[in-house]
Design a protein around this ligand. Sequence first.
Ligand code: GLN
Ligand code: ZN
Length: 760
Amino acid sequence: MKSSNLGYPRIGADREWKKALEAFWAGKLGEEELEQQLQELRLNHLRKQRDKGIDIIPVNDFSYYDHILDTATMFGIVPQRFSYNGGPVPLSVYYGIARGTKDAAASEMTKWFNTNYHYIVPELEGSVPVLTENKPLSAYREAKEKLGIEGKPVIVGPLTFLKLSKGYRQAEADVWLSRLLPLYEQILQELANEGVQWVQIDEPILTTKLSSADVNRLQTIYATFAASVPNLNIMLQTYFESAEQYKEVIGLPVQGIGLDFVHGKSGNLSSIKALGFPENKVLGAGVIDGRGIWKSSLREKLELLEELSGFVNPERIVVQSSCSLLHVPVSVAYETKLSSELKDALAFADEKLDEIVLLTKAASRNLHEIPEEFQENERAYQTFKFSKNRKRDDIQQAIAAIADQQLERKSPFVSRNTVQQNKWQLPIFPTTTIGSFPQSAEVRKARQLWRKNEWTQEQYDDFIRKQIDIWIQLQEEIGLDVLVHGEFERTDMVEFFGEKLAGFAFTQNGWVQSYGSRCVKPPIIYGDVAFLNEMTVEETKYAQSLTERPVKGMLTGPITIMNWSFVREDIPREQIAYQLAYALRQEVEALERAGIGMIQVDEPAVREGLPLKEEEQAEYLAWAVKAFRLATCTVQDTTQIHTHMCYCEFHDMIHSIEAMDADVISIETSRSHGELIHSFEVNTYTKGIGLGVYDIHSPRVPGVEEMTSMIERALHVLDPKLFWINPDCGLKTRGLQETVASLKNMVEATQIARSNHTES
Ligand code: GLN
Ligand code: ZN
């Protein structure tokens, strides 16, 4: 058996990649220096994989920003608004597409399947694809010349590329494919001529349901390759789930098929059992989790390989990660503050490579015998699995008791709405914001001083209170109806709560790439989650004491906390969500007791957890809704529950949103206004709703008229009595001046709308 890897994190152990990119963008690093630094990093990563003993090492998985953008620019696919005249795409254009220039807006970016990685969406419209450079070939040559490594070039497959691109009509799909295919053929031919043994063609789209037209395209693509490059070995790689069209996939004329036996384990195993695996093909067995952070039980993995060897000749099995290691941090070695029990249970990219190598060696020797070298792995794995530090009986009992409760508010929305209106006496079209106000340099500096213990707790609390003073006053001056405290005490909406709840751990260096140079350091939920102390009451109560107007309490919802964390795998995600919800419920109740009458529970990441398999989506949505209701259902009728969601498509989940039973929801719409309005035409929404009237991701101050027309359009389909007015999202990344100016315009637009819609 051979060992292989599908991709290695780009960012570097010390985020050298991020630093180099950002220095280049800031003009502090020249192009040549950037190239030099990135090459060094790239070669280091290859060297590391070789030294650890990986047999088949991926090349061309490295990127200057994003691998989908690399593929598009390799084909000369550049939106017309950027001035580009053919040839290799210059770095200035490349980064222009990714980040925007002063003359041209950036391309859209969106989530890479069900991960938290975002890619740049290729815009095909108007482009004439040509091969501007053979990137996989350059990467192969570099590894061979500099390190003597004969790597495995990684390429995004044609079907996945086409399906993820936009700017063409469905009816034109075949035309576009016929433009792209010859370019792919040229790449592969040049690789074959160079003596390349294996290429990895990534087709993760094969884990989703394809139309018969797409299945035909798939067959055309791989038949074309088989005819034009018969002597190149293609590993057709799927990941993130089981192959949906298994039968068609194994029938393709390729030499190897890579399957995910972690996230698509049951589906792929049952397909293999039912339909077998072709004798003449290699199976890329993705048995080591490429996107989770936990150590594998090598014993269990060996058993899995043994099971697979019942269907596939072991000589034709390659042991590999389930997907690229892009989605996990670099190494556990840099963590010095985690408990040893937890640290021993973790495996990031480097540790996963070790697991792959160890497993391959053992499997090559004897599949039926657990070797000695697995002992340490098994000990750590079992210790953590059964650790008392992860379990809390009180929580497990509380969650079990909730299982068959109704989880309903005391009264239905219609009656709540009446008592809430009587209580609050808000004008028609109440105005509010989403929660955060600008986190100025001053705010960030204060937090640093406090974290470094240069400021005492009192100094820091004082500072936060002053920010609240300033912004309560500003909000009153601007004329907003429902105020917020501003979230100055929070760096991150998940980390803030994670740090205050039991069951969470934080790494020092567990960074992963989210998009471009932006890296995130997700918290780890390793044990039962429990409420310990009040988390937000102090600041909210203080803000409320400064004003007669209502101040909304501000919490991050259970599903968002879960989806933006690395989570334990010994209990179902559903259970984790309920534990989080149960803890948040205690905070909701504490806020209510402290006299806070409006509480917002943000769920911007609800849609991100949606399973790739359609048949699993309804179940996920059902428990996501239940978790939200668990967190919010015990309050009095007079307490108004708000929620907020942003930047995703909602049209297919309006019913779930309705079922969450929040009194008011605020949704991002300014980027997708038309579409969302349309979905409210076909599905009625019967609770309070605020459609964001301006895009907070731009420093531009929107005009009054612009916002008035947004409001009017929305009022064609939504009930004026239930309509709220707010920006798209939190304002934490904006400056003070532009925020105040924008909100003043928003209030003015509201006044115009009010006079248009109130009969005199
Ligand atoms: N309340 C949060 C804020 O305003 C919401 C952020 C979000 O939706 N991502 O910052
Ligand atoms: Zn938002």
